[in-house]
Design a protein around this ligand. Structure first.
Ligand code: ASP
Length: 472
């Protein structure tokens, strides 16, 4: 192994600790300036930059090349000290260097905030786009926030469990992405719209406190700021009521937001009745910030409760039409329990429009950032929900029979929530598009970043999957 590839590299942000020493550093050529026989470069890694000076060398280096440099860490002459930047008091006298990977002319600039570059181009060269400081900070913020959430959850004795990606359709109100089965011609898996059913089955299994950073895939109409996949922090707890879940989540969110330097409008999140929200704000996601809060980057959370359980099907929405065979469909989640005092109405299938669900939504700065509910954990209650939506007994068995079975072998009362993490990171970062906080988001037309998908497959692959593409 050569010195340039040892695993214990000295981070550039810590070079000042080696004053007077000869060390080897690695990184990217951030900028280069030639002054006659002297060549100055700024060497950059994830932790900072350092001015490196070469005498009659380094002239051929191009910006964004990856190099290794060996040299002396020195104090800068007093008049050249820049107290405002990391390593502003030191410089590096290069003795030798090695080019590990030379960079050609770049298709996009890595400096600046990148907002002037078109989305197409930024996403095609996302690996370069992510080098810019703004994007590096967001990637780090996202990781720090996830870590803080995980730590809060472990502290509260949650267990992290993964659930399948190739599965059966679970209703979250969107179209499924389907995957053909090679072994079983004509049959398809669905990619999960959420781990909803599996997390409930984990409650049957006795896990009691579950979480997962879950990838969810929904074939929804694309909007400018989102693609087909997103990341949720998915939780489920046994032996809880609505307030228990809300309190647990509130304390976790508060500690994680504070851990990454977020500012909260209130220590206790207001709880707003759905009807009041509609009357007061005309929407169930609202912004409680003052102009001053907005200027200060404050996060204003609130809970919304007491939603109607069912709504009339929107005939323009294909998923709603499919789910709500009777003309009624669920507003949030068909696995929810109604408010205890509305159970009878649901069981009898009466006054459907008046039944309220145990759903609670978390909103922040005008966005919905989470939602969950106490679940139906008795088979008759879940079956009643599907009956309201017009499912026959056979159709109920076919879509949720496995849940009904599980609810007959000792399933504890339970409830949970899913928090939209992309959106939370977007708010924490002060961004307005989800794409800014996802490492490799989709383009507005549903193409993957960097790689070219969707793309055709070969005739052999189609044959193996027992599929034929019909050109309309
Ligand atoms: N599965 C629900 C969703 O993804 C959230 C929940 O009720 O836990 O919207």
């Amino acid at each position: 192994m050569t010195s340039s590839t040892t695993t214990q590299q000295l981070p550039i942000g810590q070079v000042a600790s080696q004053l007077g020493q000869t060390v080897t550093l690695v990184g990217w050529v951030d900028t280069k300036r030639d002054h006659g026989k002297l060549t100055f470069i700024d060497l950059r890694d994830r932790t900072g930059k350092l001015q490196c000076v070469g005498f009659q060398m380094m002239g051929e280096l191009t910006t964004e090349s990856v190099i290794s440099v060996t040299g002396l860490v020195k104090e800068r002459p007093a008049k050249l000290v820049n107290a405002n930047v990391i390593n502003g008091n030191i410089e590096f006298e290069v003795k030798a260097y090695e080019i590990l990977n030379p960079a050609k002319e770049l298709p996009i600039l890595v400096e600046g905030d990148g907002r002037e570059v078109s989305e197409e181009v930024r996403l095609r060269y996302r690996y370069l786009d992510l080098r810019r400081e703004r994007m590096r900070n967001i990637v780090k913020l996202r990781s720090d926030y996830f870590r803080a959430l995980r730590e809060a959850l472990y502290e509260q004795n949650f267990t992290e469990v993964e659930t399948p990606m190739l599965t059966k359709s679970t209703k979250e109100g969107a179209r499924d992405f389907v995957v053909p089965s090679r072994f079983q011609p004509g049959k398809f898996y669905a990619l999960p719209q959420s781990p909803q059913q599996y997390k409930q089955l984990l409650m049957t299994a006795g896990v009691e406190r579950y979480f997962q950073f879950a990838r969810c895939i929904r074939d929804e109409d694309l909007r400018a700021d989102r693609g087909f996949e997103f990341t949720q922090l998915d939780l489920e707890l046994s032996f809880v009521e609505r307030d228990d879940v809300m309190q647990t989540v509130e304390s976790m969110v508060k500690s994680a937001v504070k851990a990454v330097g977020g500012k909260l409008k209130a220590e206790t999140f207001p709880v707003v009745d759905y009807q009041d929200a509609m009357a007061k704000y005309g929407a169930d996601r609202f912004d409680l910030r003052s102009e001053e809060d907005k200027a200060n980057g404050v996060l204003a959370f609130a809970w919304v409760v007491n939603f109607p359980f069912f709504k009339q099907v929107d005939k323009a929405d294909a998923a709603e039409v499919r789910d709500g065979k009777s003309g009624w469909t669920f507003t949030h989640n068909p696995f929810s329990a109604p408010l205890p005092e509305h159970q009878e109405m649901l069981l009898k299938g009466e006054q459907i429009g008046e039944i309220l669900t145990t759903q609670y939504d978390l909103v922040c700065n005008g966005y919905e950032v989470g939602g969950g509910s106490i679940r139906a954990h008795r088979p008759e209650l879940l079956a009643a929900t599907f009956k309201v939506m017009g499912y026959s007994d056979e159709e109920i068995r076919d879509s949720v029979g496995h849940m009904l079975d599980a609810f007959e072998v000792g399933t504890p009362p339970h409830g949970g929530i899913a928090l939209g993490l992309d959106r939370m990171v977007m708010l924490l970062a002060g961004e307005t598009s989800l794409k800014e906080v996802i490492a490799f988001p989709m383009t507005a037309s549903g193409r993957t970043a960097v790689m070219d998908a969707p793309s055709p497959v070969t005739d052999e692959q189609l044959a193996e999957l027992h599929l034929k593409v019909i050109n309309k």
